[in-house]
Unconditional design. Sequence first.
Length: 142
Amino acid sequence: MSANNDTPEQRSRTMRAVKGQDTSPEKTVRRLIHHMGYRYRLHRRDLPGKPDLVFASRRKVVFVHGCFWHGHGCKRGARMPKTNVDYWRRKIGRNVERDAEHHANLRALGWDVMIVWECELKDTAALAERIKAFLSGCADDG
């Protein structure tokens, strides 16, 4: 059965299986950054939003966001399920608000924040340049 024809129970099971950390996009970004020679810590609980990658000596953090779950403006992020639309709009809206709050709190604590969107993984060369610029001193707010 294709995703468009899933029963509500199947769709619910699929959504429950979505992980919050150690996702495939996150692992891809981690491999890329490690290959670039940078070292980091993962998911520091003492920082707002538990950033995916933390570069403590540089006071920089990187969040790897799924386009759908975090309301990105790309084609994938703008896609909305055909059922229970009000629920999904509210849920994604809350995610966007929470993300903004975490990022503002981090900046208030003196951290620079970079957001890597799932759709950016298609062009790893451009992403590597963006990451290098961010980590070498240029602030970036994704």
